[in-house]
Ligand binder design. Sequence first.
Ligand SMILES: [Zn+2]
Length: 120
Amino acid sequence: MSEKELSDKVKKLNLEFKIFEVPSWSTFKPEVAIKDGIEYNKKIGSNIIYMNNGEDFVCLDCDSEILAIEVAHPIHDGPFPMSGSGKCEYEQVPYCPTCEEKPNYNGSPISEKRIQNLQC
Ligand SMILES: [Zn+2]
């Protein structure tokens, strides 16, 4: 399927994507659209759209079933930069096995101090 066909398909659907609030360290920053009771998700800045068919998410472009990889975000809550308890926060990151590259297992570190500073 060519890119033109995809954009026509997407144009026809006339989806209005809204940014979904997630923490800044998240790998998957989704945009969500709902049309005729069907939920569509995509990554911000991506043209690959995942459609919920009632059971699973499928790729709007190639009809592949969307897979998810678990990405680990190390929590840096120790007193020094890059130090911490060694705990991780896990995040499920969806991707199309045909159209997209598998996301990296190693996610962005979560710095508790930085999060607090940002709130000041
Ligand atoms: Zn695909």
